[in-house]
Design a protein around this ligand. Sequence first.
Ligand SMILES: [Zn+2]
Length: 194
Amino acid sequence: MLLNVSNHSDSDVNNINYKPALVLNADYRPLSYYPLSLWPWQDSIKAKYLNRVSVLMEYEQTVRSPSMEIQIPSVVVLKDYIQPKRHLAFTRFNLFLRDGFSCQYCGGSGNLTFDHILPRSLGGVTSWENVVSACLSCNQKKGAKTLKQVAFNVKKTPRKPTAEELQNMGRKFPPNYLHKSWLDFLYWDEILEV
Ligand SMILES: [Zn+2]
């Protein structure tokens, strides 16, 4: 489909590149919170014409094909339910997300690294249970010592999170840009408190 943007503007808000659609699963919950499930307008329009989604909300802007004018979707919902991922990858990112991007020793959020609670030199393994997010300063203080030796406490006993727990953590970190039409479908604490 060849589409031309009908409404050009210099401002960012009206820029066509800022017209992603929030993608909801068939249960009307966002497909993903972190990162927030967004599709570029090209994908949401394609999905609409392939009958894979219903359009719930639209931007005021339109795009034009040779034969028609199409309003850009701002919220779409999948027609078929997608089973959320059950397997959680043990990645730095997921570990930071589990720990809320904060040092599990001092609570700080700058210069995040990760630390083995029981040092590797003492047989500590790299696992959800033995690795926590730590700021550089705590990491250096702790070095290859045990918690007891440096009198550190862990804020929360580390364990493997569930997929739902990670999604819930993701809600606490909304992206900088949120279109107003998305807000009804998101459940961020920050938003509800406003
Ligand atoms: Zn720290």
